[in-house]
Ligand binder design. Sequence first.
Ligand SMILES: [Zn+2]
Ligand SMILES: [Zn+2]
Length: 352
Amino acid sequence: MSKNVAAIVRGNKTIDLENWKIPELGPNDVLIAVSAVGICGSDLKYWAYGKCGRFSLDGVPMVIGHEAAGVIEEVGQNVKTLAVGDRVAIEPGISCKQCDHCISKRYNLCKKMRFCATPPVHGNLCQYYVHDADFCFKMPENISDEEGAMLEPLSVAIHTCRRANISKGSHVIIFGAGPIGILCGLVAKQRGATQVLTVDIDSHRLKIASEFGAADLTYCVDKSLQDVAVLATELQTIANDDGCHAALECSGADISLKTAVHVCRPGASVLLVGRGSAEVPLPMVKAGTFEIDIKGIFRYANTYPEAIELVSSKAIDVQRLITHRFDLESANEAFLTASDPHQRAIKVMIRC
Ligand SMILES: [Zn+2]
Ligand SMILES: [Zn+2]
């Protein structure tokens, strides 16, 4: 274990593979030999531009990666629930466990959250990684390491569908057929949604969403369309209902967010999963008189046990989303593939 190859980003569209010091093992920590790490949209932003949303590298190199699973190599002296050799999925955020948000179980809102590959916290696209045992989840035999890494994006979908109150009979409209939009569709169907209509500008992604059973109906938006009223009318014609119970905005496109409010039935929710412009004008009179709840989504909390159950019971097949696989030595190629629309990648997985 003398060497620990890590994938470092500097915001110049290059991955530098460097030998990285393994952090010290605290009494509540475990040392993990990382085996599989998925590449996420936020990883690509740090890789390409050195920043993502309100977080920035500020010139400091960072180990990338936050969707990971691996095998425990060593446990801290206080760790009783995990043992050497256990295969675990890593929940990438470590919260303070003491503030109001943590105590009320909404620890994703913790101000002291230390989240993998969010500056100044390093990620886990490396060979060896130290993490708080409370945020490592032992996986049953029938979940692969790659599936373990997929529990992270699946968690976003679970958190979103919970906050959207999606249940038996729900009609749902999802904007964006990327990995998160597809996973949201799968979780919504699993929760009993009777109609999921997925909207995107990419017909190939919509085809995949249908094939995976994540969408009952799809609509491909013409890129040049900027008229919210036209788009809302089109979607309402296809949905052929009284509006949706929940509109999940997973695209980050401003027009989708505006349209989301218009396609809601009274009492419905709009979920802000994707990140678009900092300020977007919305139809607030409609939102007010229809009592539409506009809800933020920031990562997730308390989702890993349910995610493990959904994958272990075969209720959701996350493996199908993995379109490309690379070894850690080929991390550069992996990031180029994930960022190139022509490659049609859904999820790129790196084996460490
Ligand atoms: Zn992610
Ligand atoms: Zn806290």
